[in-house]
Write a protein that binds this ligand. Structure first.
Ligand SMILES: O=C(O)CCC(=O)C(=O)O
Length: 301
C-alpha cells in the first residue's frame, strides 16, 4: 500500500523508487521523436539526499579553492568575478574521488534506461555537476552537445550512439533556472558533426517549440547530441539548482571515455585515467589552478 500520511511515509521501509525497470516504451519513443524525454521518479529521496550531500561537498571544495582548478580529468569551474564573490558553477569527473558519485553514475537503473537506446556496452564521456546559485548569472546558452564531442573522428555515428542524462537533485523549475529544450530540434538539420553552425544556437530562444524541462528530485532527463538545450537563470532567492549529468556512448563507436557498463556489468573507476576531454591526461599528473597554467578551461558539456 502506498504511504499517504507523513507518519506512514516516515515508517515506510527505505527502498528504491522503482524496483522494476523505469524505462518504458513511451519514453524510448519520445526520445527519438522529440530528441528528449523525462523518466520520473528513478531515484528515491534518500538516494537524492546522498547525491545532494556529495554535490555540496564539492561545492565547498570549489569555494575553498576559490579559482578554477584541475587534476587530470577532474576540473572544478569557479566564476571569480561575480558580484557576490567566487561562484562554483560546475565540475567534471567528481567520480574519480567520490564513491557516492561513482555509485550513481553506474547505477543499474541508468543501464536499464540506456540499454534500449545504445546497448549494454557503454563508455562514459561526461560526468558533471552543475550548480546555479540563486541570483547568479550562471547560464548555459542554447547549444547542441555535438559541439563538445571532439575530435569528431573519435565519436563515430554520434546521433544514434550518444545519450546525455541529467538527474535532478532539486526541484527543477523555470524560476530556479531549469534547463530548456527545443523538442524536434534534433531533426532540424542533417546530423553533420563538422557543421559548426549547429553548435551554438542562441536564435532558438525565439523558437515557439522551446520549453522548460520541469523535473522533480530523482527524475532523469535524457537528450540527444543534436537536441538544442540550455539557458535559464536561477532567479530565486534561496533555491539551489543542482543537476548531475552523465553522458554515455555506445563503446564500439568511441575512442575516448571511461567504461561504465561492459556487457551489462558495472565498471568502476580505477587505475590510469582514460583520455576524455583533457588531452594532457597522460602527461600532466599534478593538480593546478587554470590561471597558473595560462589555461582558460572553458566549460564544456
Ligand atoms: O545545467 C543546465 O541547465 C544546462 C546543461 C547543459 O546545457 C549541458 O549540460 O549541455
Amino acid at each position: 500500500m502506498t504511504p499517504t500520511t507523513l507518519s506512514e511515509k516516515i515508517a515506510a521501509p527505505v527502498s528504491t523508487a522503482h524496483p522494476e525497470n523505469p524505462m518504458k516504451a513511451e519514453y524510448v519513443q519520445q526520445y527519438w521523436r522529440d530528441g528528449y524525454t523525462v523518466i520520473p521518479n528513478v531515484f528515491a529521496p534518500h538516494e537524492v539526499e546522498q547525491m545532494k550531500m556529495a554535490c555540496d561537498r564539492w561545492k565547498f571544495t570549489g569555494e575553498l579553492l576559490g579559482r578554477t582548478w584541475r587534476k587530470q580529468n577532474t576540473v572544478i569551474w569557479v566564476n571569480e568575478n561575480e558580484p557576490s564573490g567566487p561562484v562554483v558553477r560546475g565540475m567534471q569527473w567528481p567520480s574519480y574521488h567520490d564513491p557516492v558519485m561513482d555509485h550513481y553514475r553506474t547505477d543499474p537503473r541508468l543501464l536499464m534506461i540506456l540499454e534500449p537506446l545504445i546497448g549494454a556496452n557503454i563508455k562514459q564521456v561526461i560526468n558533471q555537476l552543475h550548480w546555479k546559485k540563486p541570483g547568479s548569472k550562471v547560464t548555459w546558452p542554447l547549444h547542441r552537445d555535438v559541439r563538445s564531442r571532439q575530435p569528431v573522428e573519435d565519436f563515430r555515428d554520434l546521433y544514434p550512439s550518444w545519450v546525455q542524462t541529467g538527474i535532478a537533485l532539486d526541484p527543477h523549475r523555470a524560476e530556479n533556472g531549469a534547463m530548456k529544450v527545443v523538442p524536434g530540434s534534433h531533426m532540424d538539420y542533417e546530423h553533420d558533426p563538422h557543421n559548426r553552425s549547429l553548435y551554438n544556437v542562441p536564435q532558438y530562444a525565439e523558437d515557439e517549440r522551446i520549453k522548460d524541462v520541469v523535473l522533480n528530485p530523482g527524475d532523469v532527463a535524457l537528450w540527444s547530441a543534436y537536441t538544442v538545450h540550455g539557458g535559464g537563470y536561477n532567479t530565486t532567492e534561496f533555491m539551489d539548482r543542482r543537476l548531475y549529468i552523465n553522458g554515455f556512448i555506445r563503446a564500439e563507436n568511441c575512442d575516448r571515455g571511461e567504461w561504465a557498463f561492459r556487457e551489462g556489468r558495472t565498471c568502476h573507476l580505477h587505475g590510469k585515467q582514460a583520455l576524455i576531454q583533457f588531452n594532457e591526461v597522460d602527461t600532466v599528473a599534478e593538480a593546478f589552478y587554470a590561471q597558473d597554467h595560462q589555461r582558460s578551461e572553458t566549460v564544456s558539456d
